[in-house]
Design a protein around this ligand. Sequence first.
Ligand code: TXA
Ligand code: MG
Length: 336
Amino acid sequence: METKIVKANTESDFKEAAKIIRSGGLVAFPTETVYGLGGNALDPMAAKKIYEAKGRPSDNPLIAHISSLEQLTPLVKTITPLAKSLMDKFWPGPMTLIFNKSELVPLETTGGLQTVAVRMPNHPVALKLIQEANVPIAAPSANLSGKPSPTKASHVIEDLSGRIDMILDGGDTDIGIESTIIDVTSDEPVILRPGFITSNQIGQMKEDSSVPEDRRPKAPGMKYKHYAPKASLVVIKGKKEDVLAELLKHQDEGIICTDETRSYYSGNYVKSIGSRKDVKSVAHNLYRVLREFDETPVKMIYSESFDETELGLSVMNRLLKAAGHQVIEVGKKGKE
Ligand code: TXA
Ligand code: MG
């Protein structure tokens, strides 16, 4: 299949993309978090094609993207006051809500679950595409299963060229990590995946760890192996000076540092992931930097770590997953 790549700045680009979606094809498009791989959320065959193009297990459900609140009602059984208040506050934006699904949503889209994930993205290209298509668009991140989520059109091209009908190039995505997922099917909201919107912004939230293990995992995606770079990644935790000292020992390997520490290193594969003064910049660059290491010959990557609060918690969630939770704690001697 030939994949058409367009800049998404003419009416005819959108008309063509919308037509592809309506006729059961696949279009990758930018959102404010990461690029999505879109198909008609109400078409079971489109869902099958998405799983196939990504190489993703078909019991890992998809997020339905909408462009207006009128599109939500037919997809769900009830909208609780809690869901309503979260939507008022954060939509359009990087927040996905889990509802009990209506009959209209095929089980292929929800990976067999009776619940459906819905998000209204805050990106003009995504919103216009959904509007033109006039159907909710199911879209997982537009990467091959096992690769980091794409934050640039070039990442999508690398992974999915030849496997989908069209790519709308809307430049780099702003946020860089995926949406916060919140289960609102009971009166006790549960965060299933941390993201750009943090628990502090949301109010009293329960973490997913409180869900009994014997129950079917509520964010089925979590049970699958996550992206790991080709090289082995280790996250170094500890006091700033101790972490720096540890990383300096490994300068002939790969180093993930920050703008504040960049000048201390002289190795060939040192990459700053952003500024500590602006954790948003770290989220923005994270997946790009991880992808870049796959193009280097390094066998080991050592990374600085971030405070696990607010957005830092979401950044560390993704970084630790990529590291397969390999962590070295430094500077503990003397305390033990
Ligand atoms: O920011 C984002 O959320 C991006 C952009 C494209 O919108 N999308 C994204 O989709 O990250 P994906 O498929 O890569 O991740 C969706 C996650 C998966 O972990 C999946 O298991 C979970 O959402 N999910 C989807 N439907 C669910 C449901 N009904 N119940 C629980 N978890 C669900
Ligand atoms: Mg994904």
